[in-house]
Design a binder for this molecule. Structure first.
Ligand SMILES: *[C@@H]1O[C@H](CO)[C@@H](O)[C@H](O)[C@H]1NC(C)=O
Ligand SMILES: *[C@@H]1O[C@H](CO)[C@@H](O)[C@H](O)[C@H]1NC(C)=O
Length: 312
């Protein structure tokens, strides 16, 4: 993308807010077959609470996430961006059943958004038209569910998370049009970028997604987040991408801090390493995306210097 359009877009985005909010994607398992229990979540949230007060999860029903994590998050004054699997149909039904049963056990302020699908378009799990329909179905479904104080979930935004290059594809416009909130994922690591270009490439991806969303919606006044980004500290190289603590810290500073300085809200993938994850296509990098290792030790400095940022 050309630098000129980049500057135009970011200057309009910067009017929306001050610094972009920071959150973490949070895993819900301790092994492939074992779900986290309440004490795991209490410790997780204690450890990350100096840095963030919002988390994103992929599913309400997997590992009884809404049932167990919902009240714990509320107790720790965290909000949740609540993912829901849109497919297959029986899984989507499980998600709706979890919402029906457990949204009444918490306050609606604990739920920041409902996100139908995580890279479902990218994987081709659903068509854009199907996903748009399911987003509308969830909005309709939650509007009559009452929270524990009797308030309804009717004004919580409903949308989706997908890869930046699925959201820029004109074929997915129906999803953008039917979403109250949109999240774009962008991983320079999986694009094989070296560290010299990783942050530039990340900004370029996100700005392309934001531009298409703004154009499709016909407004710059919209709820937009980065749903997943980050850099692994261990595991295999990918193209010119090299995992290391030093590179993850550099991406944090030059990618994540910098895009938040432009006013863009960001969930970082992810809070904690998941070293139980299997090797996929010869790569074990999926295990080492945490800002903290799986003993919950911080791997690198998460501070940002916003003193010269355009929005403060
Ligand atoms: C957009 O999506 C369509 C349908 O999935 C696909 O055939 C096409 O290759 C995509 N275009 C780009 C530029 O990725
Ligand atoms: C840097 O990233 C941009 C955007 O993704 C890409 O077009 C360009 O080819 C990359 N440059 C190098 C040297 O890899």
């Amino acid at each position: 993308m050309k630098l000129t359009s980049f500057l135009i877009i970011t200057s309009s985005a910067s009017l929306v807010s001050a610094l972009g909010e920071l959150g973490f994607d949070l895993g819900v398992r301790i092994t492939e077959t074992q779900c986290k229990v309440p004490s795991d979540y209490h410790t997780d949230l204690d450890v990350i609470s100096p840095y963030v007060s919002t988390i994103k999860v992929f599913s309400a029903s997997d590992c009884q996430t809404l049932e167990i994590l919902g009240p714990i998050a509320e107790e720790h004054r965290f909000t949740i961006s609540m993912g829901l699997w849109p497919a297959p149909a029986n899984k989507f039904n499980d998600e709706k059943a979890a919402l029906q049963q457990f949204l009444p056990t918490i306050r609606k302020a604990t739920i920041k958004s409902f996100l139908v699908g995580s890279e479902a378009l990218y994987r081709g799990d659903v068509t854009p038209e199907q996903l748009a329909g399911l987003i509308n179905e969830v909005r309709d479904f939650v509007k009559d569910i009452k929270d524990k104080e009797g308030a309804t979930y009717d004004d919580i935004p409903v949308g989706t998370v997908d890869s930046w290059n699925s959201l820029t594809n004109v074929s997915t416009a129906a999803v953008v049009q039917n979403s109250d909130i949109l999240f774009a994922n962008a991983f320079s690591y999986w694009q094989g970028q070296n560290m010299q270009n990783a942050s530039y490439s990340f900004f370029d991806d996100i700005m392309q997604a934001l531009k298409v969303i703004e154009t499709t919606k016909g407004t710059t006044d919209l709820e937009f987040w980065i749903g997943e980004t980050g850099w692994p500290t261990g595991g295999s190289n990918y193209g010119e991408s090299v995992p290391s603590v030093e590179n993850a810290r550099k991406f944090w500073k030059e990618g994540i801090c910098a895009i938040r300085a432009w006013g863009i809200n960001t969930y970082v993938f992810e809070a904690f390493d998941e070293t139980w994850k299997p090797v996929v296509s010869g790569s074990d990098a999926e295990r080492y995306w945490g800002a903290f290792d799986d003993g919950r030790n911080l791997k690198y400095d998460l501070s940002c210097d916003f003193s010269s940022s355009p929005t403060t």
